[in-house]
Design a protein around this ligand. Sequence first.
Ligand SMILES: C[S@@+](CC[C@H](N)C(=O)[O-])C[C@H]1O[C@@H](n2cnc3c(N)ncnc32)[C@H](O)[C@@H]1O
Length: 378
Amino acid sequence: MKTNNTTQLTLLDLETTPLTYGSLILNKEKFVEVLSEIGNLNDLSSVKGRIFVIKDIITNHRKDQEGLLNIDANGDTISLRRDILTSELDQILKSQTIERAKYYLKRLKTSVQKVKTSKINDLNLLRWKEYDDIITDSLWILDKRDTSGAHLGWYWGNFIPQIPHQMMRRFTRKGEWVLDTFAGSGTTLIECRRLCRNGIGIELNPEVAQKARELIEKEHNKDSVVSEVIVGDSRTIDIESILRKYGINRFQLLIMHPPYHDIIKFSKDKNDLSNAKNTEEFLKMFGDVVENVTPYLEKGRYFALVIGDKYSRGEWIPLGFYCMQEVLKRGYLLKSIIVKNFEETRGKRNQKELWRYRALVGGFYIFKHEYIMLFKKK
Ligand SMILES: C[S@@+](CC[C@H](N)C(=O)[O-])C[C@H]1O[C@@H](n2cnc3c(N)ncnc32)[C@H](O)[C@@H]1O
């Protein structure tokens, strides 16, 4: 519905705009102008009166006499979450003094006018409340895996897509490079395509790598990012030649999800970490991977290690902490130990009662968690 080069968004358009659910697109210039006008008022009731009108427009869809929803074809727009904006307006409406109201108004205006990001992600810190899907707690209880699109979850021993998703949103910017040294079914690279990050995966098993490639290709590559799964041993693969091929110097995020030693045997290949003869050999192999790839992680960037513990002959083997030590002794900074709930494997689910009985008899606890250990390169 176009009139004089201006599009009046209908309520239906607002609801179906392909942005975050509940987003509202406003004419940025107009919105800033209106906020400035209100900021020049000197009595509290006039400020509240104008704010009330804005709230009415965005919540009750009243007539848009302020022109906030007039989107000029060439003009700047801003997408704001409707619920967050409503609460910001409410804060102004509840102010007891003109000074407080003006303080909140100014903060809102700045967050509309400016974008403030850190060097390592695209999150606009001036609108930080809009990112409530980003986890900042160290305990992750995730009910179900994301099985949308190419995330089929077919590979035994894969991780849930939410892990690389969360890591990439917080620790990379669009267009940056992510390396996954144990690519498996390609979960990281599928997520890379969704989030416009270039992804390189290394996988020892050629059949698994091929299946991963086919699956990754099923995910729409809207931003034409690089997604390559290379068959190789992450302990020895020549990382420099990979970087050279793409004309880059460093990766901006490293993700490692190694076998949890021999809990799942991924192949018969002796170079497979799941075939290490004992814990010491497993840690040596893991350490070799760390040594081979971490020099190519950019300084100040993050390395996420996803790992769980194991039992062996009635003894808890803290693989996670042993692996953490391997990284720390190579000079990395520990940023977080995230504990994430563990989905029951199909086998365990069927034998739930039996495992509970065994736990009661054997004096042990059934594994329900794994770790995401987060390191930063100094
Ligand atoms: C826990 S799985 C990773 C799963 C992956 N995150 C996913 O979502 O599908 C570990 C993978 O590491 C691979 N692997 C084992 N040893 C390796 C090595 N030396 N170099 C590269 N990959 C290896 C295994 O074949 C297996 O696919």
